[in-house]
Design a protein around this ligand. Structure first.
Ligand SMILES: [Zn+2]
Length: 359
């Protein structure tokens, strides 16, 4: 019999990876001690996270018992839709594969197990995706937002200002489409308070969201705030039940966030976005490459290399600690799997975990 001291049973989500395009990265821009001639064609992964709750307040969805959340949208299927100033950068990332994109993967499942052409879509991007969380708004993560006219977009603080006004010499405004994501359906997470420093002082300003944009958020959104979680100084409980945590992951681009998802007893998946671009960096075998910034200095692919390293260290510590659920699930093993957006090895070894398969 339930008593007042009984804690609520843990809530789990189901996750599936999605192919959302590929691009080609020259290794020497990304990892230390690289072969200067080596280039690798890698995925830009999206993920579907299904939470066992009815989507909030949208009429017509009352019979649905699952909230469908996407993490990242990958590459646009129409490469001409990027900001013209991006063309030179994107030209250096070929070969680029745009088929299937995120929407096609949702409809049809993996290319290994395609739906028959005349069968109903597995998931309809235009009506069945409730929330889209972008780890950040680099071109290879924003995908085609217009494919998702009923979704609410969630982004890190400062992202809308970054899209409209740019930020600093590395990111002039013309790098982005100012209307890349619909402001009327976009909610920025609360601003993060950081120690004073170069990073904090250069972060774009927070944009408060209109009430209309908040209509379809999970009920827990009213209480959204950052709290410390297992070594992460700033984590946010997305659904208010501990199943999905947004982790502030500064350093790569302003507004960069990661997602920590509980998929079963003692089983967590950490979606690392672009915290690094190569699994060898996660394993400590390589570091971030530094290259000439054209102004007599060095830079990396991250907007602030030191802050990005701190974020990576925190993720590494978190994986080692495996301590998130101590006391909650007895002495059972706790596993944390970290998956970054451009991990070609992970994609090859985990095809069975692509939609409609599960992670
Ligand atoms: Zn990026």
């Amino acid at each position: 019999m339930a008593s007042s001291t009984t804690t609520k049973p843990p809530v789990y989500v189901t996750m599936s990876a999605l192919d959302a395009g590929h691009l080609t990265l020259p290794e020497n821009l990304f990892v230390t001690d690289a072969d200067p001639t080596k280039r690798a064609t890698v995925p830009s992964l999206s993920f579907l996270i299904q939470h066992p709750s009815p989507p909030s307040s949208r009429p017509g969805n009352s019979t649905t018992t699952t909230t469908n959340l996407l993490f990242d949208l990958g590459i646009k299927r129409d490469l001409t839709s990027y900001a013209p100033a991006q063309a030179a950068h994107i030209a250096q990332r070929h070969p680029i594969i745009v088929d299937p994109d995120c929407a096609a993967s949702l409809r049809n499942g993996t290319t290994e197990n395609p739906q028959a052409a005349d069968s109903a879509p597995l998931l309809d991007p235009s009506t069945e995706i409730n929330l889209i969380l972008l780890s950040h708004v680099h071109w290879d993560h924003v995908g085609t937002p217009s494919d998702f006219p009923s979704a609410t977009f969630l982004v890190g603080s400062g992202t809308l200002s970054l899209l409209r006004h740019g930020a600093g010499p590395l990111y002039p405004a013309d790098t982005f489409n100012s209307d890349e994501i619909p402001a009327s359906r976009t909610v920025e997470f609360p601003p993060v308070s950081r120690p004073d420093g170069v990073y904090a002082s250069s972060e774009p300003r927070h944009t408060p969201s209109p009430a209309s944009a908040r209509e379809n958020l999970p009920p827990a959104a009213g209480g959204w705030g950052w709290q410390s979680l297992a070594g992460f100084p700033n984590a946010l409980d997305l659904f208010g039940d501990g199943s999905v945590w947004v982790a502030d992951a500064p350093g790569h681009l302003y507004g960069h966030v990661n997602l920590l998802c509980r998929t079963g007893p003692g089983r967590w998946v950490y979606l690392g976005g672009d915290c690094c671009h190569d699994p060898r960096i996660l394993r400590g075998e390589k570091g971030f490459a530094l290259y000439d910034d054209g102004k007599g200095g060095k830079r990396s692919v991250h907007v602030h290399t030191g802050v990005a390293k701190d974020t990576l260290d925190r993720i590494g510590e978190f994986v080692k600690m495996r301590g998130l659920e101590k006391g909650e699930e007895g002495d059972g093993e706790v596993q944390v799997e970290v998956v970054v957006a451009h991990d070609a090895e992970w994609r090859e070894g985990n095809r069975h975990r692509f939609w409609p398969g599960r992670m």
